[in-house]
Ligand binder design. Sequence first.
Ligand code: KG4
Ligand code: ZN
Length: 336
Amino acid sequence: MKLLAIESSCDETAAAVVQNGRQVLSSLIASQVEEHKLYGGVVPEIASRRHVEAVAGLARQALDAAGCDWADLNGIAVTAWPGLIGALLVGVNFAKGAALATGLPLIPVHHLRAHVAANYLCHPDLTPPFLCLVVSGGHTHLVAVDDYTRYRVIGRTRDDAAGECFDKTARAMGMPYPGGVHLDAAAEAGDPAAYTLPHPKVENCPWDFSFSGLKTYVINLIHRCEQKGEAYSVPDLAASVRHHIVAILTQKTMAAAEAFGYQTVVLAGGVSANRLLRRRMQEACRQAGRRLFVPDLALCGDNAAMVGAQGYYEALAGHFAGQDLNAAATKDIEQG
Ligand code: KG4
Ligand code: ZN
């Protein structure tokens, strides 16, 4: 089964052709990062306008790069939720138009399910069930993936995502958008024990996360230094923030794997590119005798190949949409 996949949930327009959910025949990304950098974050209306300009040409290029045409396809998969609504609508409407013109089936895909599925493209031997830590710019979830289209949320952030905490503390340190990757690089030269940071208290559910207190604490610390004209060490603060976030993510994920009896642990989402998170999770899984799968760096961030991977399994489960498909800014990963 060959699918054309479209992704436009945030600030990357992407198109890909994927075969049988596991083989990438082409994958193209038109990033808008340079433009949003000017504003220190994603400007939703600019994102929508750039998607409108890019999506049709990128889809054509993806078909050409895969050496196929519309007649060779079996369906069109598209990220329909969650994300920036104006951005999602562009991809969804393009996919609907393409489905109408070609008669191909339309397959709506949940963006976070797609992030999980990025792993199927790098690891032919990975199959559910497994426990997945999904860490992106907008979400932090611990999910039990019981089957390709059956998800159970074990824990989630009560407030900010880990990616948001990385990005906003990085911005306060003067790093460009998106800050996570810059903070990660700066942290390599710093002392992770230089700053003592508050440990979030999350009551009632041991698997839930909270990152807003940490984010606010670090931003206030920086503002206080700036007001008093005191210097602070960017590498040390970056290393301390990274160490703290990674320790929380690793500890909860490993404890949940133990408590729920998962032998296989998987990372997904943009933050899974974080060097320390990958190192710590490798160490923790080796010690605990569990298998760890992480996406290739090129597939951690937003791309359409992962949408084609999950789209395949949604299609096998009969999850198609008609011409009344609408995008949604929010949707639970369990609902698909
Ligand atoms: O999954 P993603 O590409 O987009 C969303 O669906 O949100 O995730 C983007 C997030 C941003 O917060 C970005 O700063 C973060 O992933 N990120 C990183 C790293 N690379 C990307 N955070 C920490 N360390 C990194 N190396
Ligand atoms: Zn994403």
